[in-house]
Design a protein around this ligand. Structure first.
Ligand SMILES: Nc1ncnc2c1ncn2[C@@H]1O[C@H](COP(=O)(O)OP(=O)(O)OP(=O)(O)O)[C@@H](O)[C@H]1O
Length: 290
């Protein structure tokens, strides 16, 4: 078993570093999937080889946002019925979609064989990927922790609702104290007026700077835009369906910024190593957030 894994990792070393961005937020409904789909689509439109992994293992819905009907998902990869390449779907601008495995246990809680299977599935991938975007689920479940910990960049989506702010705080607290994540890019979604995002960011920053040892970086706001809701009904990314609308323009700005975030310049920046970090056995929980 060990030699199989070693050969997988050797093949992995020949592929290049990948920028991995986990889109998260704590509270459900703040727009994580909307952000993940439109950021990934915009990066693909800029010529990046972008891949979007639906990390919501409970209620995977990236495919619904894109009008795709996957026949196979990560569940088929995990039980050995399909290779990763066979389940990948293509979305606009060549964006590659890895459909989530609804109802499947956490990737992080796989058995040793399952663990090896996932690492090998990614090792065997022959397509090159520049950026991997992971759409995580709501809450502070184990999979959210693992995806965020394994990614190089955590994009924290917030909106102007008390529960969004408290949940974002709780998520940042657990990630920083128990999982070593100390830097967060903050995106304000559904901003009803220009400048609302900065105000939200300041509010979050005031609380985190008092109690947490983390760095927050404000990266902008996506306006509350009826065209975005319409694009979801039409099952198309808003950046494709209505490229001139305010939300689409804001996603373009976001993508241009994210595209400049550093990519690890070492072999451990490769996709397989991200997956390895992802499936590592969880560290014992140190603290319960109330
Ligand atoms: N910028 C926006 N403008 C207008 N409506 C928005 C915007 N972003 C999100 N929405 C609305 O909020 C709803 C929830 O968005 P989305 O599904 O992306 O959130 P989520 O955080 O992924 O939710 P969940 O945690 O349930 O997966 C969308 O169906 C859409 O109607």
């Amino acid at each position: 078993m060990k030699s199989m894994q070693t050969s997988g990792l050797r093949r992995a070393a020949s592929s290049g570093p990948v920028q991995v961005i986990a889109v998260t937020g704590g509270k459900g409904g703040v727009g994580k999937t909307s952000v993940a789909v439109n950021l990934a689509t915009t990066l693909a439109s800029l010529g990046r080889r972008a891949m979007l992994l639906d990390g919501d293992l409970g209620l995977a819905n990236v495919d619904v946002f894109l009008g795709l009907s996957p026949r196979y998902t990560m569940a088929h990869v995990l039980n050995g019925e399909r290779t990763l390449e066979e389940i990948i779907l293509e979305a606009p601008h060549g964006l590659q979609i890895v459909p989530g495995a609804s109802g499947v246990a956490d990737l992080a809680n796989l058995s040793a064989v399952g663990h090896l299977g996932v690492v090998q599935a990614f090792s065997a991938l022959s397509t090159r990927v520049d950026t991997l975007i992971v759409d995580t689920s709501a809450g502070i479940s184990h999979s959210v922790m693992q995806f965020s910990q394994a990614a190089q960049h955590v994009l924290l989506v917030v909106c102007d609702e008390p529960a969004s702010m408290t949940d974002a705080y709780a998520l940042a607290k657990v990630l920083s104290r128990n999982h070593g994540v100390s830097k967060f890019h903050v995106l304000a979604n559904m901003a009803r007026s220009p400048g609302e995002g900065v105000a939200l960011f300041d509010k979050l920053q005031r609380v985190t700077s008092r109690f947490l040892d983390i760095t927050l970086e404000y990266i902008g706001e996506i306006p509350d835009d009826p065209y975005l809701r319409r694009s979801i009904r039409e099952q198309r990314p808003v950046v494709v369906a209505f490229p001139a609308c305010p939300a689409a323009r804001a996603f373009k700005k976001l993508a241009l910024k994210a595209d400049k975030w550093p990519v690890p310049d070492c072999p451990r920046g490769n996709l397989e190593f991200f997956v390895e970090r992802l499936v590592q056995r969880p560290a014992p929980r140190l603290e319960v957030v109330r």
